[in-house]
Design a protein around this ligand. Structure first.
Ligand SMILES: Cc1cc2nc3c(=O)[nH]c(=O)nc-3n(C[C@H](O)[C@H](O)[C@H](O)COP(=O)(O)O)c2cc1C
Length: 186
């Protein structure tokens, strides 16, 4: 009991990683934990795409980020900016794109999104317990156009986050508002 509470409190969203490979078996362990998240109506709405260090898709991901940046800024990226994006994407440890099933019923789509967020938390907590760390992004990398086509996914999906998983080099300390200040006992 105390152990899980300690892991919950120790988990930090992480952006900086050391240059150490993550074993495939460890990623499998994390995904095995992810799928035990709660999910209403047994939709099991999570879908994962793992991009390991050697994946040839990293080039396409860089191109996708460059396009998103150009679209949102209305300006062409300079050679320097492009180089920095390519370098950043190549240097990331394992990336996992996490998707949620879209349903014709918007209530189910929302429940599915909630379930997939729980799956991501399972990954993050399991990672913390294994001395790994996770960065959850909904930034430019998650906004790449036509991601499902790039990954040849056939279902109707929305991106819930792009997770970077590796061994942390540094982590920010975080604060929370005390629950007593935001809780009513009636
Ligand atoms: C839905 C969601 C989207 C997030 N997207 C980003 C993101 O795009 N970039 C980022 O740096 N952190 C992102 N985060 C991580 C939060 O910024 C982080 O959880 C928050 O700062 C609290 O820090 P902690 O998780 O270490 O306690 C996201 C978290 C959630 C739940």
């Amino acid at each position: 009991m105390n152990e899980i509470i300690q892991i919950i409190k120790e988990r930090r969203n992480t952006k900086n990683f050391i240059d150490k490979d993550v074993a495939k078996i460890d990623i499998e362990t994390l995904l095995g934990a992810a799928i035990w998240a709660p999910n209403h109506r047994d939709t099991q709405p999570w879908r994962f795409v793992v991009i390991d260090k050697e994946s040839s898709l990293r080039d396409k991901i860089s191109e996708g980020i460059i396009s998103v940046k150009e679209l949102t800024s209305g300006k062409k990226q300079t050679d320097e900016q492009i180089e920095s994006i390519v370098k950043y994407v190549q240097s990331r440890p394992v990336l996992i794109f996490v998707f949620s099933l879209i349903d014709s019923n918007p209530i189910i789509t929302e429940e599915n999104y909630g379930a997939v967020c729980c799956a991501i938390q399972n990954i993050s907590l399991a990672a913390t317990s294994m001395d790994l760390a996770v960065g959850w992004s909904t930034g430019k990398i998650a906004q790449i156009q036509n991601l499902t086509e790039m990954f040849e996914l056939k279902e109707e999906l929305k991106v819930v986050g792009v997770l970077t998983i590796g061994y942390p080099s540094s982590q920010q300390s975080k604060q929370r508002i005390d629950f007593n200040e935001i809780t009513s006992w009636l």
